[in-house]
Ligand binder design. Structure first.
Ligand SMILES: [Zn+2]
Length: 276
């Protein structure tokens, strides 16, 4: 069973109780080291205390608790010992690790205050930042993206290669939601821009955090009106519709490489594979 992260347990405490609560959370806490590339290593150990003015070393960031155990993240230049990418980990632990990657990267960027431009410092064990000039509170920003498995009227799946990807690497269509746009409009626009197809029958499948750097992927399925595509040649360099047996053959021959197992892109492809 998946263990969900109970987020920011300090947020719900009265002012002044946070340090006391944090001291209790230290016992048996898990500290996850995270570097700027999203490599992680976990260790059992005592997190560093809350940051106070004059500290040279940043405090560890409290991610939340899983089954009563507190998880902290420590941003480092290079993780110590054996490491792995956050996205190659067991899906059961993806939730706190994705949060750890997102929050440590956000703190490392030391964003200035959005109101007055002064410096900000971590507050409330790193769940937010506070402006040293005007006291404005700042929270991590998330960039929403759509990702969509497009099938043609014969239920063949569209897979495309982005220009910067290695030869053979393919995935479903994805892109950022633009300012003022609805999620549904973004799906229609991205598919049309990238492969020139018009889609209908949008249905929402699920979402996934993608903290490199700070995306939230919103997964959809959609049906193209016909089987014509015309790749934009800019973002997408090639694309094609596959039957399930076409894809199995291409995978067997090593002609295509699918996205990693923990990604929503892969989940959308698997969903189509198992629905036929
Ligand atoms: Zn300010």
């Amino acid at each position: 069973m998946r263990n969900w992260l109970e987020r920011s347990p300090l947020d719900r405490l009265p002012t002044g109780r946070a340090e006391e609560a944090l001291a209790a959370l230290w016992r048996g806490a898990v500290v996850v080291e995270v570097d700027g590339d999203g490599a992680i290593a976990s260790q059992q150990g005592r997190p560093r205390p809350l940051e106070s003015p004059g500290d040279r070393q940043p405090a560890d960031v409290l991610l939340g608790t899983v089954d009563g155990v507190a998880w902290f993240a420590r941003g480092v230049d290079v993780v110590s010992g054996e490491s792995m990418s956050w996205r190659d980990t067991n899906p059961d632990s993806l939730d706190p690790l994705a949060t750890g990657v997102a929050l440590t990267r956000w703190h490392a960027s030391q964003p200035p205050c959005e109101v007055c431009g002064s410096a900000t410092r971590p507050d409330l064990a790193g769940s937010r930042r506070i402006c040293v000039g005007c006291g404005n509170l700042q929270f991590p920003r998330i960039d929403p993206c759509v990702i969509v498995a497009v099938t043609d009227p014969d239920d063949r799946l569209l897979l495309a290669r982005q220009r910067q990807w290695a030869k053979g690497r393919v995935s479903v269509i994805a892109g950022f939601i633009e300012a003022g746009e609805s999620v549904e409009q973004a799906v229609h626009r991205e598919v049309f821009e990238e492969v020139g197809a018009r889609v209908t029958s949008l249905s929402y499948v699920g979402s996934e955090p993608w903290p490199m750097p700070r995306s939230l992927m919103l997964g959809f399925e959609a049906r193209a009106e016909d089987d014509e595509i015309s790749v934009d040649g800019d973002e997408i360099s090639e694309g094609a519709y596959y039957t399930r047996s076409d894809l199995a053959a291409a995978l067997g021959a090593g002609e295509v490489i699918l996205p990693a197992g923990a990604s929503i892109a892969r989940a959308l492809i698997q969903r189509w594979l198992s629905s036929g």
